[in-house]
Ligand binder design. Structure first.
Ligand code: BES
Ligand code: MN
Ligand code: ZN
Length: 500
């Protein structure tokens, strides 16, 4: 697949399909009048007959008028102009690419970069469009037949047409950035989509090491013996019910100065969450192969950041374990001694994410991080609160949270803040240990964060609960069922902001 930047008159381009946006009610633009002539009045007839009105989600595919250089012209409805945003552009791009590839059209030219959107720069529009194209093309087909005639064609060559006064170099570097980001998103999606029988903690570790070698970042693995030696009691407690060996994955990217303190990313890597002895119900348990969505986002972000050569230092820490019920599994009531020395009463073995994160958050303190951001598919309560539209953000530093909210808004991957007032900490006090691992039904996302906070007290810290975002239920526009790679784009946006 290749995406190139071009300049010139839209109506003089040789292409399999020219793609033009049309705002609802704005049919008399100069370009559209000329186009109507080229196609012998087919456009105005479609408007008159109300077959096409430029409403959001409408398409009109016209075949070549005699003088046209484009073999086809696809008109894409954009809706009302004042309501058109960068978010609309993102959505329009992916639904357009889906429409084209389903029609077996893999080569086309988009005039979409020229659409007017208030307060957006060329590089933002190009990035959004490139991401939209590349992500609409994603599928996880490792276990599917290699040839399938019914499947949409893959994208081949796409031209992005920018207008004459705009800067080609700016557009080209935005394409390159988007390609690096998408490679990170797709790496994350592949990891999430991998089934639990393939995706052991060891598999996660091997994937991380292979990725690190490819993009030139350091990788280090802590195996069970090393974790025992150092006292990762909470993480090992979760791992002890599984036949699969746990690993702590540590990646180090040095894009900044030697002396610069790193930004640390920590990702929950539960490769399958059966719940342990507090076994989950059978319905939808298959989806719990996505319980390493936080880890996937962290690894995808590391890959993208390294490919983009961001001038910044990063540490990634991923505790990878499987949560299974067995004769060796931890029981409700067990007390674990964490790496920090704090003791944890395990009331519910299904609240395992916070246990492995407790040790990972303690461990990452050794790197004297500037800030620590953890990502986790941590609580079902987060899905009850925010559904599938936003991840929850909580933490101990409002400046950091504000920056994350901004990056989320700009990248289209939304976060929403929940409070972490000290009163919530009462709910995780234990009679038998320093803390307990559940706080009851009320405010489940917040009490989970309050638990993590006990282990993140030595640095500026934010927690992203991505439970509702790491997995897409069924195909939304450009998003097939399965792993989403959520937060890679937002984290890269945040990291780019830190380099300025
Ligand atoms: N991985 C789950 C949370 C989850 C649920 C993520 C659904 C995505 C979709 C987590 O380990 C869990 O089981 N949390 C429990 C905590 C409870 C026992 C305190 C939950 O949310 O029910
Ligand atoms: Mn669980
Ligand atoms: Zn879990």
């Amino acid at each position: 697949m290749k995406i190139t930047v071009k300049k010139g008159n839209a109506l003089e381009q040789k292409t399999l399909c020219l793609v033009l946006g049309v705002f609802e009610g704005k049919y008399k633009e100069e370009q559209l009048l000329q186009l109507d002539q080229q196609v012998g009045g087919a456009f105005s007839r479609a408007i008159q007959s109300k077959e096409f009105a430029g409403r959001r989600g409408q398409f009109l595919l016209l075949h070549n008028g005699s003088q046209s250089l484009a073999e086809r012209i696809l008109l894409v409805g954009l809706g009302k102009e004042p309501a058109f945003s960068l978010r609309s552009l993102r959505q329009i791009t992916s639904s357009t690419v889906k429409f084209l590839t389903e029609k077996q059209l893999g080569n086309f030219l988009l005039v979409l970069p020229q659409l007017p959107i208030k307060k957006t720069a060329l590089d933002e529009r190009i990035q959004v469009i490139t991401e939209g194209i590349l992500l609409a093309d994603y599928r996880y087909d490792r276990y599917l037949p290699k040839v399938d005639a019914g499947r949409p064609v893959v994208v081949g060559h796409v031209d992005l047409l920018i207008s004459t006064p705009e800067n080609t170099a700016t557009a080209k570097s935005a394409v390159a950035a988007a390609e690096a980001i998408v490679s990170g998103v797709c790496f994350a999606r592949d990891l999430v989509n991998a089934p639990g029988n393939l995706k052991s903690p060891k598999y996660m570790a091997m994937q991380a090491v292979a990725m690190a070698e490819k993009v030139g970042i350091q990788a280090n693995l802590l195996d069970r013996r090393e974790l025992e030696r150092q006292g990762f009691g909470a993480m090992l407690g979760v791992a002890q019910g599984s036949e699969q060996e746990p690993y702590l994955i540590v990646l180090k990217y040095q894009g900044g100065n030697e002396a610069d303190k790193p930004i640390a990313l920590v990702g929950k890597g539960v490769t399958f969450d059966a719940g342990g002895i507090s076994l989950k119900p059978a319905e939808k348990m298959d989806e719990m192969k996505m319980d390493m969505g936080g880890a996937a986002a962290v690894l995808g972000t590391m890959q993208a950041a390294a490919k983009m050569k961001l001038p910044i230092n990063l540490i990634a820490v991923v505790p990878a374990v499987e949560n299974m019920p067995s004769g060796t599994a931890i029981r409700p009531g067990d007390i674990l001694t964490s790496l920090s020395g704090k003791t944890i009463e395990v009331l519910n073995t299904d609240a395992e994410g916070r246990l492995i994160l407790a040790d990972a958050l303690t461990y990452v303190g050794r790197y004297q991080p500037r800030v620590v951001i953890d990502l986790a598919t941590l609580t079902g309560a987060c899905i009850i609160a925010l559904g599938n539209q936003a991840a929850a953000v909580l933490g101990n530093n409002d400046g950091l949270i504000r920056e994350l909210l901004k990056a989320g808004e700009r990248s289209g991957e939304r976060f929403w803040q929940l409070p972490l007032w000290e009163e919530y900490t009462e709910l995780i006090k234990s009679d038998f240990a320093d803390v307990k691992n559940t706080g009851g039904r009320a405010a489940g996302t917040i009490t989970a964060a309050a638990f993590l906070q006990q282990f993140a007290d030595k640095y500026r810290w934010a927690h992203l609960d991505i439970a509702g975002m790491a997995w897409a239920e069924q195909g939304k526009a450009g998003q097939p069922k399965g792993g989403t790679g959520f937060a890679v784009r937002a984290l890269i946006e945040y990291l780019r902001g830190q380099t300025k």
